[in-house]
Design a protein around this ligand. Structure first.
Ligand code: FE
Ligand code: FE
Ligand code: ZN
Length: 260
């Protein structure tokens, strides 16, 4: 994965810990993990980001579904220790009619069960588009989850540009305002990563359909401001656009061209 990403011009990558729509994970090859650690150090990669499967729902009403999420996250965090000091991102979940407060309670409970003082991985809550009953579409919800986590020093936030835009945060017209709101509610020190995606839908559509960079409602001019913003420019950016290798290579080149 590391070498393929480098051939596209990047210096970090995101990967799924297992089948994004299922549960199966391959056995870890410790030698392969060690080789990746060496490559990351030699090539000065930014932190790599693991992504939990989409199918997890830590906020489910069904205890079996919650237990599955808990087991998967615990197992993933154990695996992450083969590549120490990196990051792990997950979707907070959907409260499926139980209400946002109950969702927040269940998500923070799961984190309190899964996090350990020994882990070197930072766990990131992803900002969501607020589709259906998703928790995490508002900064206040993420802040409230973090507030209830005992080992909150292990927790950060990953800002997904498509999601916040679809969630109603105007990063195109008022990036400064959105970031100061993030700072006031969550604290910019919690912001550890950015998913950089354009959106197929307009502001506040609550849709979550990613578009290639420059091809959607966010647009290249806004991305230029985002990647160069003093509060964001030092963060790792991960593409999640609907693309193939050639498309990613081009997007990375375009973004590097805009980076000052
Ligand atoms: Fe995600
Ligand atoms: Fe994302
Ligand atoms: Zn998305």
């Amino acid at each position: 994965m590391g070498r393929q990403m480098m051939s596209m011009g990047g210096n970090t990558f995101q990967f799924f810990t297992r089948n994004p729509r299922g549960s199966k994970a391959k056995a870890i090859d410790p030698q392969d993990a060690a080789a990746l650690c060496r490559l990351m150090e030699e090539q000065h990669f930014a932190k790599i980001l693991a992504h939990a499967p989409y199918t997890l729902n830590p906020a489910s009403a069904d205890p079996k579904v919650r237990e599955f999420a808990r087991m998967t996250i615990k197992d993933d965090l154990e695996r992450m220790e083969y590549t120490p000091n990196q990051m792990y991102n997950f979707h907070p979940g959907s409260h499926v009619g139980q209400g946002t407060e109950e969702g927040i309670r269940l998500i923070s409970q799961l984190l309190n069960d899964a996090l350990t003082p020994e882990q070197t991985t930072t766990v990131l809550l992803e900002t969501m588009a607020g589709k259906g009953s998703e928790v995490g579409g508002k900064f206040e919800e993420l802040a409230e989850i973090i507030k209830r986590v005992e080992l909150s020093e292990k927790v950060g936030v990953c800002l997904d540009t498509c999601h916040v835009h679809d969630g109603g945060y105007d990063i195109v017209g008022n990036l400064e305002g959105v970031l100061s709101e993030f700072d006031r509610i969550i604290g910019l020190k919690r912001l550890k990563a950015v998913h950089i995606n354009d959106s197929k839908n307009p502001l506040a559509s609550h849709k979550d359909r990613h578009e290639v960079i420059g091809g959607g409602h966010i647009g290249l001019a806004a991305f230029e401001r985002i990647i160069n913003h003093p509060q964001l420019r030092g963060l790792p950016f991960y593409l999640e656009t609907p693309n193939e290798i050639a498309g990613y290579t081009k997007e990375i080149a375009v973004l590097k061209g805009l980076y000052r």
